[in-house]
Ligand binder design. Structure first.
Ligand code: FAD
Ligand code: NAG
Ligand code: NAG
Length: 449
């Protein structure tokens, strides 16, 4: 009890010092960005230069390639929690879906190939052509039964997201490059209901101005994990706000002519301490935190990602993309200070296994809430970004010991991570969004100074 109380005090202290008091001057939105990113031994400045000079340009290049730009998604699922009656009908909310003929052969055939290799049980799976060989390369046909049961286990245990049923009739491919995330006009009660549900029901955020009650109630301690969870979601929220203010729609009231560009005033409204009860700067800092978590996940999965074939059916293209990814990954691994995920889920006070399960079920719930987003384009990017973050968490917290016990494990390598194409695509694109946000924040910063 006493110990717990001390820990509470410690976190209370952390919450206090994280609060940004400097409200004067033009730097106000950015005042939190002069320090280190929490739970990470690096400064915002380090992250800015890593991102803006090295990662951002490479990522832009990678995300244009066929392998990464086609995302299969089901935008027609019903909201499982409430009746969604406010569909956005504006054309800015609309998503253009791809025709079958626009897709590269390798991607188009993914599902049918998978079915095919399932039917032809006895056949040896060609490593380069078969679907299992293509995406889950370490699995041979002999191991398939074991794989299926392992996969079932994996689906049940380690996914932080509800993956759409890929074979569903209502799923279709979307070219992400043709559907940029930007201002859509989606706001008001429908959008707020989504954000509210995410924060109030799924996060472990303390009651507003109730920190004292919080620290006195032993079983409500906001432990590191819960604060991490809140930060991740808040960082994602800041990223979305940054994109929509960076590509804002301006309409000439006389000619109705539409132009797109940054809205500095709107950015300031969303992140200035004066208009956000002092929370804006910390929200921007949360974005850096989310960025570092995904960065760490990509770094951790680098050996796996380096072996991926990025198969689209065009050998020249696939080899090119593989090289681009390789260069990108080597830039990342040269960055020394990453988020330290080993600090999480190990505190014996808060039953770590239960906590991890909670963490997962809350995150999965957030991915389901995305089916309630009443604007197709927002739903598309919302799904993609939560799936990307979910993939990052899966990479970071997949129980390696359990995987070692899997019959598929080769003696040499215990880190038997398996990612589907959709997970890799989501992870890279989600990270691409955060990377773009950091780039945009620096643009806003120079405009506000
Ligand atoms: C999943 C999803 C995707 C969306 N995608 C788009 C899009 O692509 N384009 C588009 O134009 N609109 C999009 N929207 C809508 C957009 O996010 C805002 O809801 C809308 O612009 C209205 O903004 P707002 O100023 O009312 O505050 P909101 O962003 O709606 O925030 C609601 C409340 O949450 C709190 N809050 C705000 N930011 C944070 C943060 N970073 N951390 C913690 N708390 C915070 C504040 O108290 C705020 O009043 C999306 C919404 C959702 C739910
Ligand atoms: C999931 O979210 C919904 C909608 O916000 C909520 O009603 C439900 O209680 C949540 N469930 C869990 C397990 O968090
Ligand atoms: C294969 O990809 C390369 C670029 O990587 C492109 O120049 C070429 O046209 C593509 N070939 C086909 C058949 O699409």
């Amino acid at each position: 009890m006493l110990n717990k109380f001390k820990i509470c005090h410690f976190f209370y202290f952390l919450i206090l010092i994280e609060y940004c008091w400097t409200e004067n001057g033009k730097e106000s939105c950015f005042c939190e960005l002069n320090s280190d990113v929490d739970h990470c031994t690096c400064s915002v400045n380090n992250v800015d230069s890593l991102n803006n000079l090295k990662l951002y340009p490479r990522l832009q290049n990678i995300l244009q390639r066929d392998y990464f730009k086609f995302f299969k998604v089901n935008l027609n699922k019903d909201c499982p929690f409430w009746k969604d009656n406010s569909q956005c009908s504006s054309k800015d909310c609309h998503v253009n879906q791809c025709e079958e003929t626009q897709l590269p052969d390798g991607i188009k055939d993914e599902d049918s190939k998978y079915k095919h290799s399932k039917e032809s049980q006895g056949e040896k799976c060609d490593d380069n052509k078969g679907t299992l060989g293509k995406l889950d390369r370490t699995i041979s046909i002999e191991d398939k039964e074991a794989f299926d049961s392992w996969k079932k286990h994996d689906d049940a245990q380690d996914n932080f997201c509800e993956l759409d049923d890929d074979s569903s009739e209502s799923s279709s491919y979307v070219d992400l490059q043709l559907n940029p995330e930007r201002y859509t006009g989606y706001n008001g009660p429908s959008a707020h209901k989504i954000w509210n549900s995410i924060y109030e029901e799924n996060c472990f955020k303390p009651e507003a101005n109730d920190y004292i009650a919080y620290i006195q109630s032993a079983d409500k301690v906001m432990c590191l994990e819960k604060r991490v969870f809140y930060r991740l979601v808040s960082g994602l929220h800041s990223s979305i706000s940054t994109h929509l203010t960076a590509i804002w729609q301006f309409k000439d009231p006389f000619t109705n002519k539409v132009t797109w560009g940054p809205n500095v005033k709107e950015f300031k409204r969303r992140f200035d301490p004066v208009t956000t009860d002092g929370e804006g700067p910390q929200r921007l800092k949360n974005l850096y935190f989310t960025y570092l978590v995904e960065l760490r996940a990509i770094a951790k999965a680098a050996p796996y990602l380096n072996k991926e074939s990025y198969y689209t059916g065009n050998q020249t293209e696939d080899r090119h993309v593989k090289n681009l990814v390789k260069e990108f990954l080597s830039e990342i691994s040269s960055f020394p200070a990453h988020f330290d995920e080993t600090q999480l889920f190990k505190d014996e006070f808060n039953n770590p296994i239960k906590l991890k399960e909670e963490f997962k079920s809350h995150f999965r719930n957030i991915s389901k809430i995305m089916d309630c987003v009443g604007c197709d384009k927002c739903r598309l990017w919302g799904k993609l970004q939560t799936r990307g973050l979910g993939t990052a968490l899966k990479i970071l917290f997949t129980n390696e010991d359990q995987q070692c016990k899997s019959p598929l494990n080769t003696e040499t390598n215990c880190n038997n991570l398996q990612l589907k194409r959709t997970e890799i695509v989501s992870l890279f694109n989600a990270f691409g969004r955060l990377s773009r946000s950091i780039h945009e924040i620096n643009q806003f910063r120079s405009k506000l100074n």
